[in-house]
Design a protein around this ligand. Sequence first.
Ligand code: 1HE
Length: 269
Amino acid sequence: MTAAEQPLPPAIDLPSSLLVRRHGAVAVLSLNRPTKRNALNDETVLGIERFFTHLPADVGSVVIAAKGDHFSAGLDLSEIGEHDTISGIQHSRMWHRALDLIEFGPVPVVCALHGAVVGGGLELAAAAHLRVAERSTFYALPEGMRGIFVGGGAAVRVPRLIGVARMTDLMLTGRRYDALEGHAAGLSQYVVEDGAGLDCAVQLAERIAQNAPQTNYAIIQALPRIAEANPREGYFMEAMMAAIAQGTDDAKERMRAFLDGRAEKVTDR
Ligand code: 1HE
């Protein structure tokens, strides 16, 4: 643990399959079940839900990462046999609840990917706002091989990132995309060398945490809704959100600081 890292207050009761560390305003939530390739059992999914429900107010952004050689092998297949049709629906809805809290939670979320990002692991990653992939990353949706269907939101979120045709190909053929193929398709926004993913994700998250909270809120809450609205309503919602953001004291102070020469210029980072 570096000097800047502190454990999160023990108020959030998490299973041993999840670890949390603080880097200043950034909370890093790590999947910690490497012997099972971070397969996502119910306990872990419910832990993710609890973590995002009880995020301390001073957390400005979150990084989701994973211990071991793989981000996640997806749904814990040893648990699926327990479900009949109705409990299967409830199980899928539990995933939806937890991952919705990532996509539409209080703060932006960056995912640091490496190794397998498979099935439910890709569903988890797709709920984040940014994805950083190490070169070792590979993506797959092997549900067709297992006789099941995606159930953690992939049918909605993955086509948004790569289109229905590519997702259909991944699911019908069981093929893998490597990190660069996934990046070209739209699954990640950044590709970095092996071992550099977490640092890159934390740096991005630190930067994001310095943004005005009203702008981060607009980006994660308003932007996806506007992008999916019909343009007439979309433009109207955009105008509402723009006015709300710029009407804050914080926005006024940030603009004054720029005009007074006290604020950072737009530079290449
Ligand atoms: C697991 C799981 C799992 C590994 N559930 N236990 N996901 C999949 O179909 C992917 C299945 N997993 C794999 O293809 C491979 O494990 C990996 C390519 C990810 C990694 O391979 P490898 O050689 O490093 O590990 P391994 O030897 O296959 O697995 C190590 C252990 O993890 C082993 O258990 P052990 O007790 O024998 O040591 C595996 O059984 C266990 N393991 N993956 C349970 N997924 C909301 S719906 C989402 C639907 C889906 O996610 S479908 C996709 C499921």
